[in-house]
Design a binder for this molecule. Sequence first.
Ligand code: TXA
Ligand code: MG
Length: 321
Amino acid sequence: MDGDGRDSGQGERQGQSDRDQAVAALRAGGLVILPTETVYGLAGDAAKPEAVAAIFEAKGRPRFNPLIAHVADLATAERIAVFDDRARKLATAFWPGPLTLVLPIRDVSTVCDLARAGLETVAIRVPGHPMARALLAEFGGPVVAPSANRSGRPSPTTYADALSETGVSVAASLDGGPCEVGLESTVVALLDGAPRLLRPGAVTRAQIEALVGPLAEAADDAKRSPGRLAVHYAPDAPVRINAVSPEEGEAYLAFGPHAAGEWVFNLSPSSSLSEAAANLFAFLRAADRTKPSAIAVAPIPDEGLGEAINDRLRRAAGFVG
Ligand code: TXA
Ligand code: MG
């Protein structure tokens, strides 16, 4: 906030006035670039079908793919969706933070039909980024925010990338710096039967299972989480995964100790999965800008956060599953 020499009082006032503008934009049915700890979102008032329609339009997103409602706290979430004990346990443990719960809808008036793609369920989360929390607290109601990329492309993890993807469609934008997590939230469905992992993320399978027991496989949910079907997170260049070394003409995303080079982008020289997650989408974009014949990516261990990284990489490479 005060990186440009403003004192912190001025920084705070600037933050407040940016936020006022963003809240006014949401109230008027406009869209807002919203920083979260996972990735940047393209936000709109969840109750306004015309704002939600504008989000689908700006992203080029198929309308059968529902959006996540973001709220300031658990109390607000409980007015919108039906929480059972398992849901409350997960929310208490991981909110605010990178976890989305898919639950039965309670109040259809606050998250419109279009946002839910007509489903009787709603995906809901309390983000951890202080700017997102302040905006949501001031706005009061739920705000839908898909990742701010155009459909099928890598999610933006910096303000500049968010602006270049969907900035032309917004009435206001908030610069929250680079996203700390770098991958979209973990999505867990708590409906009938065992909880299901619809999208792996920074809250890991093991962390969820420790609280609510074994997760069922999500294959049957493909239709209900349609974002999971398409080729996704893809840069322009083809992506080649599990590549121990690059071939002529390829850019290379390394992991762990690796010789530097003009076309080498090291996700984490120290083999840290959280560092690799935070760098992944920005490095895919940077590698893409070198116009390589392909982007080769080093093998990433599949444990913990590695499950989410490999999920995104398989989809970027065009493999689903
Ligand atoms: O980290 C995140 O979750 C980011 C930030 C901005 O919060 N948002 C995000 O939204 O990744 P989006 O729209 O890119 O991904 C939402 C995912 C999609 O895979 C969608 O299909 C799924 O959540 N989803 C949403 N509502 C659902 C529902 N009712 N049932 C099943 N899946 C749902
Ligand atoms: Mg997305």
